[in-house]
Ligand binder design. Structure first.
Ligand SMILES: Nc1ncnc2c1ncn2[C@@H]1O[C@H](COP(=O)(O)OP(=O)(O)O)[C@@H](O)[C@H]1O
Ligand SMILES: N[C@@H](CCC(=O)OP(=O)(O)O)C(=O)O
Length: 379
């Protein structure tokens, strides 16, 4: 939330920015970015950095031909992360600013308690005027527990920190109508209120072997952050004084406006923490009740389910037309739910052999995803 125009700003620095298009870290670029972060702090803002670049730094240290397989990148990240944090530490120390390293994986955000621990830690660092430097813990992150890209990670961090703004610095001015690398005539899209399939279709992957996810993951990140009440800006990290310019809205960029009625409280965790493990497909009556009438999801309106999930895991709710409408924590596993699809809760005990709550996803455990200004309860 904005506190007297003093904002908490998460700045995500992509590999493309930190390498300036080369194969390894570009130190003058880091110097320049630290100077700008300090300018923001001197203006009273709190700064959190999500820094990519461990893999690139590792390449610079080893100076051997290393491929791009997962195992090779993990090895490079393990080598490079130390150098990366050392550089940030040295550069911020010129200004007498202390930094702290936080290496996260999805597992740190998935369980509510671990999520709260990470949140408290981040809050403490900011209280002590430390700049958190965050990256994914690539060296140990297996596919089951990793976020996979720092764009999504930075959106989760912005939610954790209750940030006002997320700035994604990359090697383009923002989201274009097509990948500008392949389409020189592509136009910059300056403002986005709501990300839809049409927009997602414009966002391609990374144009290089160094970046992860390209514009596609930046849109995923923006979508999550907007819903949680965070303004998001994508801008070009090589532009002079880009960070101050983003704040004064004078740089070419793409801005994604935060929602008028953002998801609040514990429900923010549902946007950022758990990974979805299954799908529930519902009839239009159920979708209408859940999306427009503030109802919980009942078994009666469920048409089918897909995937495997346990009780308490996150599942996604789709309409029969195939659009994602909501996500939330299920009270039954996929096997149990299979026994009661389409049934009234009065039949649950007989079908399941035990008593169970009538709601399959209780309203308190559910976030809507298909309305850009949904009236979610701010709890
Ligand atoms: N519609 C688009 N607009 C802008 N860039 C796009 C688009 N689609 C794909 N891209 C690509 O996304 C790249 C930026 O993402 P990425 O390489 O992952 O950078 P970073 O390391 O900054 O995360 C751009 O260099 C560009 O080639
Ligand atoms: N964690 C990796 C970067 C992953 C990533 O998302 O990269 P990028 O798309 O360049 O922001 C690293 O430190 O090299």
């Amino acid at each position: 939330m904005t506190k007297n125009n003093k904002q908490t700003i998460v700045i995500k620095l992509g590999t493309s920015v930190l390498t300036a298009g080369s194969q390894t870290l570009n130190k003058p670029r880091l110097v320049e970015l630290v100077r700008q972060c300090v300018t923001l702090r001197q203006a009273g803002h709190q700064v959190i950095v999500v820094s990519s670049g461990a893999v690139a730094a590792g390449r610079g240290v080893l100076q051997q031909q290393i491929g791009h397989s997962l195992a090779e990148k993990q090895m490079l990240a393990a080598i490079g992360q130390g150098q990366l944090i050392h550089l940030w530490q040295s550069l911020f120390s010129i200004y007498d600013i202390t930094v702290a390293q936080m290496l996260l994986t999805r597992a740190d955000l998935e369980h509510r308690e671990r999520y709260l621990t990470a949140r408290d830690m981040l809050t403490k660092l900011l209280e002590h005027h430390v700049v958190p430097i965050i990256n994914e813990n690539d060296a140990v992150a297996t596919s089951e527990i990793k976020v996979g890209d720092n764009d999504n990670l930075s959106a989760y961090v912005a939610i954790l920190a209750n940030a006002d703004k997320l700035v994604l610095l990359t090697d383009q001015h923002g989201l274009f109508t097509a990948d500008p690398r392949a389409n020189p005539d592509a136009q910059l899209i300056e403002q986005v209120t709501h990300i839809n399939d049409e927009l997602r279709a414009l966002a391609g992957g990374s144009g290089t072997q160094l970046g992860t996810g390209g514009m596609a993951t930046k849109l995923q990140a923006a979508d999550i952050a907007q819903r949680a009440g965070v303004d998001v800006v994508i801008a070009k990290g090589s532009e002079y004084d880009i960070l101050p310019q983003v704040l004064t809205q004078t740089a070419p960029s793409t801005t994604f406006l935060k929602f008028d009625a953002p998801v609040g409280g514990r429900k923010r965790w549902l946007l950022s923490g758990p990974k979805s493990t299954g799908k529930i497909i519902c009839d239009n009556g159920a979708i209408n009740a859940v999306c427009n009438q503030g109802a919980s999801l009942l078994a009666k309106g469920i048409v089918s389910i897909e995937g495997q999930f346990k009780r308490g895991e996150l599942v996604q709710v789709f309409c029969q037309q195939g659009t994602l409408q909501a996500q939330g924590l299920t009270s039954l596993s996929n096997q149990e739910l299979g026994l009661v699809i389409g049934r009234h809760s009065s039949e649950f005990a007989q079908c399941l052999g035990f008593e169970s709550a009538e709601e399959i996803i209780h309203r308190d455990n559910l976030v809507l995803l298909n309305q850009h200004s949904q009236q979610e309860v701010l709890n």
